[in-house]
Design a protein around this ligand. Sequence first.
Ligand SMILES: Nc1ncnc2c1ncn2[C@@H]1O[C@H](COP(=O)(O)OP(=O)(O)OP(=O)(O)O)[C@@H](O)[C@H]1O
Ligand SMILES: [Mg+2]
Length: 216
Amino acid sequence: MSLRAEDVHRSFDHPSGAVHVLRGVDLAVEPGELVTLSGPSGSGKSALITLLCGFDQPDRGTVAVCGRSLATPPAWRLCAVLPQALGLSGELTLAENIALPLRLDPERRGEPVADAVAGLMAELGIDGLGDRYPAEVSFGQQQRTALARAVIAGPKVLLADEPTAHLDHHSAPAAVRVLRRAADAGSAVLIATHHDLVHEAADRTLVLEAGRISVE
Ligand SMILES: Nc1ncnc2c1ncn2[C@@H]1O[C@H](COP(=O)(O)OP(=O)(O)OP(=O)(O)O)[C@@H](O)[C@H]1O
Ligand SMILES: [Mg+2]
């Protein structure tokens, strides 16, 4: 099992009262599976993705990646994420952002990365932008950069939060193909999405509602 959550609870304090967003979430994603996560806006999809990649901790319950409980965010080769807010480094070019997971991996630091970066950029329709900084490209181009960064190291677990939210009908299919290929290569892929195009590429869909997961 690559990704597992058991009885995950998470509340957020707020002056108007605590918001109990996740109320006992259980899920599991196997290697090679592409699973989509749907649910109304505000249902907690992003909160859950943030917990699954170790950026946040549950109040109760456990999250495990490849059998290891998450106390801190795991290395990107284990678990890579495309957050809803993208999280690109503004001081690195698009090509440098995409190459980062390979550069940060001590076992792969010396590998040539230019061809892999160029190949992903071309496939996603952002070729020619490698030397630009995130502030110099559109939000959709930033989103495709964050997707390329998430897949480049072939992570065991790949999490993507609304990866096609800013893409048009021309660029979204390429993004979906890249995500599907990651699953076909053996990653366990979980994608929060509202897009039918992504659901159509999925092996199954989970629905988050009232703090719990149900199967569609
Ligand atoms: N830090 C926080 N403090 C207080 N409330 C929060 C915090 N983070 C999230 N929430 C609340 O948790 C709920 C879930 O938010 P989340 O962003 O996970 O929803 P979502 O399902 O991803 O929605 P969307 O489809 O719009 O992206 C919302 O009601 C939100 O207001
Ligand atoms: Mg969200």
